[in-house]
Ligand binder design. Structure first.
Ligand SMILES: Cc1cc2nc3c(=O)[nH]c(=O)nc-3n(C[C@H](O)[C@H](O)[C@H](O)COP(=O)(O)OP(=O)(O)OC[C@H]3O[C@@H](n4cnc5c(N)ncnc54)[C@H](O)[C@@H]3O)c2cc1C
Length: 466
């Protein structure tokens, strides 16, 4: 034991500080030395060490929660000045829950227009209360803010590309996190392979998660989302002052929807699909055609695309490593929404680690599974399944989409939808109104079943995939 303690004091890993290696070391010789002697990591004699990979909403929120709880926290982000391709719509409750200043918000949407395959429009917004809106922001602004706040709480930001993890040999061994430092990493040479010994790892590195691969978390299917940022002439921009549009139809997406979302000085125009990934550019051309004169004269200032997970990964906790946000697969299928769920899961996971460490001086796989995974599933699994079902019923055919838009005009539907979306809770309805809604839904589907085929025939599209 004495020898172990001595090793702990003298090991470069003990401080948790990044361990520099040279290029030649990694390419020609064995990886950095790894202790063979057992290390008691769960000792309250020193703080727990955590590495968070990925500095999006999930990673930044996890790092903040960990640092606030006194955990020695490292946040590795490969592109601190980059911007995640994203529509940037968040639910209203996120502003207060995550204490986000209103200066981060580009636009406050109070009218959400849903357009059917036949361009019939339903305007959401009549049921909004005076203070209610959908905040729209740019991800480069949100992510930078959240990362800065994590740093203010005590997390160390390490700009760099995470490459791999050496897994622990026993319950008490550390994880060895390998990354390549970027120019702005404090105290390290740019491009230098570095390693960090930590007790827990949070994978918040998005849909292409290397952490998930490193811990064998299993695969999930992804959709692809494509988006153009278009700067419109002043008249065009003022049309979208407080308006966002969602277009549904087999022409713009066979399984999801396309959108025009307003930002400070441009609109984000995009679409997503899982069923027709190779056709994404054709679908994008179709949404531009549908939006037509409203975006005419606009200048494309950025083109971007990124995968979106469709389901949670088979394993989200493996040992003392946990996945959060897109890396875990927390995006609702019906709306493609993931920012709030990323931040929420990051914070929930960080707080679970802090609690276990403070209460028992140890963090185990069981702690992560109980205090993070089970809690997450209890809170959100029902909501995700419900939205999955809605996607299957309404996005599978143009008939379903016409029915969706017809229902969206219903004031009760609007109130229930906004309640659920803005406040992230399943709205509690009135059973009499729910019964009425069920009848109206069936009526809409029946009517649209006839009308949808007619729309396809008139537009020469033919029956879509379903
Ligand atoms: C086109 C598009 C539009 C969308 N629109 C919306 C919307 O309007 N509203 C909404 O709620 N959701 C939307 N989403 C989904 C939303 O963007 C994601 O759910 C959300 O970004 C997930 O956050 P995250 O922190 O889990 O992952 P990400 O935001 O993907 O962050 C992962 C971070 O990890 C970093 N990283 C990755 N690999 C490494 C590595 N090897 N080393 C170091 N760092 C690494 C990345 O640089 C990135 O900063 C959209 C997605 C797309 C693609």
């Amino acid at each position: 034991m004495a020898a172990t303690c001595h090793y702990l004091l003298s090991s470069p890993f003990t401080s948790g500080l990044p361990l520099k290696t040279t290029r030649t070391t990694t390419t020609k010789t064995r990886p950095p030395p790894f202790p063979k002697a057992p290390i008691i990591i769960a000792s309250s004699a020193r703080p727990l060490r955590a590495a968070v990979i990925g500095g999006g909403p999930a990673g930044a929120s996890a790092a903040e929660a960990l640092a606030l709880g006194g955990i020695e926290t490292y946040l590795i982000e490969r592109a601190p000045s980059g911007s995640k391709p994203c529509g940037g719509a968040i639910p209203l409750c996120m502003l207060s829950e995550f204490d986000l200043p209103s200066s981060l918000v580009d636009r406050r949407v109070t009218r959400m227009r849903v357009l059917s395959p036949s361009n019939r429009a339903a305007d959401f917004g009549r049921s909004l209360l005076p203070h209610e809106h959908i905040p729209m922001l740019r991800r480069e602004v949100l992510d930078a803010f959240l990362r800065r706040r994590a740093a203010d709480a005590g997390a160390r930001l390490l700009p760099g590309l995470f490459t791999s993890i050496r897994l622990p040999l026993s319950d008490s061994d550390p994880y060895l996190v390998h990354y390549t430092a970027s120019p702005s990493t404090p105290g390290s040479l740019a491009g230098t392979p570095s390693a960090l010994a930590v007790d827990v790892v949070i994978g918040a590195d998005g849909a292409n998660s290397r952490v998930a691969r490193s811990i064998s978390a299993g695969d999930y299917t992804t959709a692809i989302a494509f988006q153009e940022r278009i700067r419109l002439p002043p008249a065009g921009m003022s049309r979208y002052e407080d308006l966002a549009e969602m277009y549904v139809g087999a022409d713009v997406s066979p399984d999801f929807y396309a959108w025009v979302f307003p930002k400070c000085d441009h609109v984000a125009v995009g679409t997503g699909t899982s069923a027709a990934k190779p056709d994404i550019k054709r679908l994008q051309a179709a949404i531009r055609a549908r939006a037509g004169p409203k975006i005419a004269g606009g200048e494309v200032i950025r083109v971007e695309a990124h995968p979106i997970p469709e389901h949670p990964r088979p394993r989200r906790v493996v040992g003392r490593a946990a996945l959060v946000g897109d890396a875990a697969g927390y995006v609702t299928r019906c709306s493609g929404e993931g920012i709030y769920f990323a931040a929420k899961s990051g914070r929930m996971c960080g707080e679970a680690i802090v609690r276990a460490w403070k209460e028992r001086g140890v963090v185990t796989e069981a702690d992560l599974k109980t205090a993070y995974l089970r809690k997450w599933d209890e809170e959100y699994r029902g909501m995700f399944r419900f939205l999955d079902l809605l996607q299957q019923v309404f996005y599978g055919s143009n008939a379903g989409r016409e029915a969706l838009v017809e229902l969206c005009a219903d004031e009760y539907v609007q109130r229930m939808t906004f309640e659920s979306y803005l406040y992230k809770r399943m709205a509690r309805g009135d059973w009499r109104k729910d019964l009425g809604l069920a009848w109206r839904t069936i009526g809409s589907l029946v009517r649209a079943g006839v009308m949808g085929w007619e729309v396809d025939r008139l537009r020469g599209i033919g029956a879509d995939s379903s």
